[in-house]
Design a binder for this molecule. Structure first.
Ligand code: PLP
Length: 437
């Protein structure tokens, strides 16, 4: 008997109405061997319950935003309050000022902020601002970093650092892709070569300063510092895409993270935000130097707008989420749990002869089914997708929900307990044993 029969039936129905049965491709199980994705009914704390009544420990955290666990009472209370007071005004509110202030205090490179509805919109607009300010068109990005689904950033590497990009998706004109140059992450030679060739046409160098999209990958010492210096020397701006990384590893952004002691050397001009800052409701934000942000309407000639932007529910949920994250010891606890989990996973995998490299940064980590190290996209691609798919399914059977892709991270939340870690380790030990059999 299929323990997820209702999910399977709903998937059949969903496919008749919703393209591919899902509203975001990363929710499908295509990357883990296919079949029906699990249809969830309810979530609370660190747990999901599916439509068949199965319970799971959740390490997806909705691909990052749910850092306080599901339905955190403070966040829920904020959303209920917002709903009772009307969900959308199309006017300015005081709440927006308070969230903007909180972001500015935590991220010192942001003099001014603008709220939008998603990380994609935030990234898209930072590029528009950079182009408006510099009068240049080209963007340099790094292989494997994901910056949302706007045309410009859905572009893959050409055949080398000095070639222009090719579209990563149908429907993107080659003329747009030709404005994007993709170079390898974590080595400065590719960036240097691209800047030597195209430097005077480059509006911005865009990067996930701490990568979350081909696993969790830290920049090597000196990489971000070198990137910022080289971009500035070429007259290009530096854009940090911190849609995943802001408030994930500490209360702040990459610029203020302890791994980068010289804050000025890693200071971006513009930053894109999303996910955590909306407490689980749709949000995005971008911000940066005042003279750059003042390029935006109504002050400047670069246009950006949004009917839903800064809506009270998302903003109040974001404020509540950040309040929870300001409580002392929050990140230390997530780090301690993630450390214990990673050590146990590694020990089990080693014991059963399953190749595993884990990249952990505070309370988030990625499991690469290959020999390490994994420091860039090319190395991350070596992770064995079939092994990961097998592991994913074994864990699902044992009540542990992971992101259905070998590239996605595991996220701890403030809601996970020591008992959850024990249960996950027991499930993993069983899973690795089954995989080795
Ligand atoms: N930038 C990064 C680093 C992301 O990880 C994502 C989404 O996963 C985005 C941008 C796009 O954000 P959204 O899905 O909210 O449009």
């Amino acid at each position: 008997m299929n323990p997820r029969l209702r999910s399977a039936r709903l998937y059949e129905e969903a496919q008749q109405h919703i393209v591919g049965g899902v509203n975001s491709p990363s929710r499908s199980f295509k990357a883990v061997g296919g079949g029906a994705p699990v249809f969830m009914e309810r979530a609370e704390g660190a747990y999901f319950w599916d439509v068949d009544g199965n319970k799971y420990i959740d390490y997806l955290a909705a691909f990052g935003p749910i850092i306080t666990g599901h339905a955190h009472p403070r966040v829920t209370e904020a959303i209920v309050r917002a709903a009772q007071n009307g969900t959308l005004y199309g006017t300015a509110t005081e709440h927006e000022i308070r969230l903007a202030q909180a972001l500015k205090e935590a991220i010192p490179s942001m003099d001014k902020v603008r709220f939008v509805n998603s990380g994609t919109e935030a990234v898209m607009t930072t590029i528009r601002v950079a182009r408006a300010f510099t009068g240049r068109n080209k963007i340099i990005k790094f292989a494997g970093c994901y910056h949302g689904h706007a045309d410009l950033v859905l572009v893959a590497a050409g055949s080398g650092p000095s070639t222009l990009g090719i579209p990563d998706s149908a429907g993107i004109p080659p003329s747009i892709a030709s404005e994007v140059i993709t170079v390898p992450f974590n080595e400065l030679d590719g960036l240097r070569a691209a800047l030597e060739q195209w430097g005077d046409q480059v509006a911005a160098v865009m990067v996930e300063p701490i990568v979350g999209n081909f696993g969790m990958v830290m920049p090597k010492p000196g990489f971000l510092e070198g990137l910022c210096k080289m971009a500035r020397e070429a007259g290009a701006l530096v854009i940090y895409d911190e849609v995943i990384s802001a408030f994930r590893f500490h209360y702040g952004s990459a610029q203020t993270f302890s791994a980068f002691p010289d804050q000025d050397a890693v200071r971006p001009d513009l930053t894109a935000l999303g996910k955590i800052i909306g407490g689980g409701l749709p949000i995005g934000a971008y911000g940066g130097r005042a003279d750059l942000m003042e390029m935006i309407a109504p002050l400047g000639p670069a246009y950006q707008a949004g009917t839903m932007a800064g809506n009270p529910a998302s903003v109040l949920a974001g404020i509540a989420c950040l309040e929870v994250l300001r409580e002392p010891g929050i990140y230390d606890r997530m780090e301690a749990q993630a450390t214990r989990l990673c050590e146990g996973l590694q020990a089990s995998a080693d014991k059963h002869g399953v190749p595993l490299t884990i990249n952990r940064i505070v309370g988030a980590f990625s499991t690469h089914f290959c020999a390490g190290p994994v420091t860039n996209y090319e190395e991350a691609q070596h992770s064995d997708g079939e092994l990961f798919g097998h592991f994913f399914r074994c864990m699902l059977e044992r009540g542990v929900y992971l992101a259905p892709s070998k590239y996605e991270a595991w996220f701890l939340t403030t809601a996970h307990t020591e008992a959850d870690i024990d249960a996950t380790l027991a499930a993993a030990e069983d899973s690795f044993r089954e995989m080795a059999a």
